[in-house]
Ligand binder design. Structure first.
Ligand code: ADP
Ligand code: MG
Length: 592
């Protein structure tokens, strides 16, 4: 094949691919342009997750009539004039690529009127080619409407994820920029419904409430700027207290000089600052703004401008980590989340000492404060513990699915110890209970008889816009699983009923746990999602480690575990019981 220079149109489409990966990239680029133009108001309207329409309207400086067409040419920018300018970029845009790239792969309409201009210009481009141009009356500022994104790039269109995913990514960009520019008023709507807005008060705290809801926003700790000490790096923003953690790093948001970036190292600096304060595998919530002289950061790394290089990366890393650490320490004595004394130490109980009226108690050191959680066991089986006498005798249990055993006691308020003809068994009470609830829930699901518990006082829950979008799309599935949740204003839901299993939990917490699972599944398949939710429900409802159990409760638990099809593991596949055989014990003691 002969070598040829690609036709301009095709070259533009190829170049566009690097800048405009998906609808959310269009939203990002248009918001950045609006902010660069000095806008105080930015309205984002989306239809069909952005493939039908992304429209961004601003009240910024507008584009002078004579420049409108030029703005859509490749490498056309008003923000950069010379190579020296590249050394210190203070605007979000500078490559002059976004408008050309977006126009090349969509049908684009711009209406803009520059400051002081008598009339506005309306320009329509199809696949980058000018289709029409008029003078129009228009308010000062710019409106860009992007329709039929990727209509002429089927390969890209095919790779778009579900509408839900695209919506969520758009939500993330809009809320990020609202956080970084609290002085601008943002409004986002999907398919005609407003899902997020900020007031533009200039106060970051106001935006935090809009993004995270009043409850979480109230818990966030302000970051102290740690510049000075010879460092030119300043850090501000908010971080969550150690008690507020997430299953992934999505809620760690970093801005450098007002630009949202991805940076694994800085993310790590933030996570590191929580060292020992978070359970393993959990991540904090953080909104961190780094400011440093423009010439100390290179933003020209990738067309999407979401990566940067620091001249002194270690200094930035150190400043961020120090700032987060200091605010965690001064923000009110965070306690390490680890096994507490009562969970590993003493608290041995032997059956002889049981008080049959003893009520299950909640450990003082319970890490997962769920309030009191009274158990409701079925009475022990025939021939089980004797309730008549003062000293109930442990019954013989097991024999079919489980080995024959009888309860000896509980250790660390977490494990049930039993003995059998061949040694001792340790049962993880949480894992065992999860297994029991799981099989009961699955049976109820199969029979379409999942018990739902109506709430006397319905609870209102506000979620970040991206989570709200996810939840909105799964309300039907949640209903099948015993939740009754209704939309109630922007990003707010009323919980009217929850699965009966969870009736002792705070309904808002119960819902939040489930939403977190929706979030973790990027491309949720209905049955996979359902399975996750069921697992989550059982996990939340199961008795926790750290809760003392009475003999009757322990026996009831073993009886119910015995009735399970797969009693040996919890639904996540971890063992429910460990066996120490008589011969193992003998060996350990040097007797054999
Ligand atoms: P860049 O932002 O890198 O300069 P773009 O392709 O995004 O490149 O935009 C090209 C030019 O169009 C900008 O430099 C700016 O002059 C103008 N422009 C784009 N969007 C707006 C807007 N919303 N308001 C005013 N001017 C705009
Ligand atoms: Mg731009």
């Amino acid at each position: 094949m002969a070598i040829q220079v690609l036709p301009e149109q095709l070259a533009s489409q190829i170049a566009a691919g690097e800048v405009v990966e998906r609808p959310a990239s269009v939203v990002k680029e248009l918001i950045e342009n609006a902010l660069d133009s000095g806008a105080r108001t930015v309205h984002v309207e989306v239809r069909g997750g952005g493939s039908e329409l992304v429209q961004v309207a601003d009240d910024g400086a507008g584009i002078p009539a004579e420049d409108v067409s030029i703005a859509f040419q490749r490498h056309a920018t008003s923000k950069l004039h010379s190579a020296e300018d590249l050394e210190a970029i203070s605007t979000l845009g500078f490559r002059g690529e976004a408008l050309a790239a977006i126009a090349a792969v969509s049908r684009l309409t711009v209406v803009t009127r520059a400051v002081g201009a008598a009339a506005g210009t309306r320009l329509v481009l199809e696949g980058g080619r000018e289709a029409s141009r008029d003078l129009v009356g228009a308010p000062q500022g710019t409106v860009i409407a992007v329709e039929n994104l990727f209509y002429n790039v089927p390969a890209r269109r095919k790779f778009l994820k579900s509408t839900t995913t695209e919506k969520r990514l758009i939500d993330e960009f809009v809320t990020r920029y609202a956080l970084a520019y609290p002085g601008a008023r943002f409004r986002l709507s999907h398919d005609g419904r407003v899902t997020f807005q900020s007031q533009g008060s200039g106060d970051l705290a106001d935006v935090l409430v809009g993004v995270y809801g009043a409850e979480i926003a109230g818990e966030l700790l302000a970051l102290e700027s740690a510049s000075g000490r010879g460092s030119t790096v300043s850090v501000s923003g908010y971080v969550g207290p150690p008690g507020l953690h997430r299953a992934n790093r999505n809620q760690i948001t970093i801005f450098v000089n007002g630009r949202w970036i991805r940076d694994n190292r800085l993310t790590y600096a933030i996570v590191q600052a929580y060292h020992t304060l978070l359970p393993t595998g959990r991540y904090p919530v953080a909104v961190v703004f780094v400011r440093l002289p423009y010439e100390q950061v290179d933003v020209n790394v990738h067309p999407a401008k979401t990566e940067v290089r620091f001249r002194d990366a270690d200094a930035v890393f150190g400043a961020v980590q120090r700032a987060v650490r200091e605010s965690l320490i001064s923000g009110g004595a965070p306690r390490p989340v680890s096994l507490s004394q009562s969970q590993i130490g003493g608290d041995w109980r032997l059956p002889g000492g049981w008080d049959r009226n003893e009520r299950p108690q909640f450990s003082r050191h319970e890490t997962d404060a769920q309030g009191s959680f009274t158990l409701d066991w079925r009475p022990p089986p025939e021939g089980g513990a004797q309730y008549g006498g003062d000293r109930p005798e442990p019954a013989l249990m097991g024999g079919e699915k489980l080995p024959i055993m009888r309860v000896v006691g509980q250790v660390g308020a977490s494990y049930i110890i039993t003995e059998g003809p061949d040694g001792i068994f340790l049962i993880d009470q949480h894992a065992a209970h999860e297994r029991i609830l799981y099989e009961q829930f699955m049976a109820a699901r199969a029979a379409q008889r999942i018990a739902s518990q109506g709430l006397v006082a319905s609870a209102t829950v506000q979620l970040p816009p991206d989570q709200a979008t996810l939840l909105q799309d799964q309300l039907g599935l949640l209903e099948e699983l015993g939740f009754q949740v209704e939309p109630f204003g922007p990003n707010t839901f009323v919980v009217r009923a929850i699965p009966a299993l969870l009736s002792r939990l705070d309904p808002a917490k119960a819902l939040a746990a489930v939403v977190e699972d929706l979030e973790n599944e990027k491309e949720p398949l209905a049955d996979k999602l359902e399975a996750r939710i069921i697992l989550r429900v059982c996990k939340s409802a199961a008795v926790k480690a750290g809760q003392a159990l009475s003999l009757a409760e322990m026996e009831a638990m073993i009886a119910q575990l015995e009735a399970c099809q797969n009693p040996q593991t919890c639904p996540h596949g971890r063992p429910t019981l460990i066996h120490l055989s008589a011969s193992q014990l003998a060996r350990q003691f040097g007797r054999a």
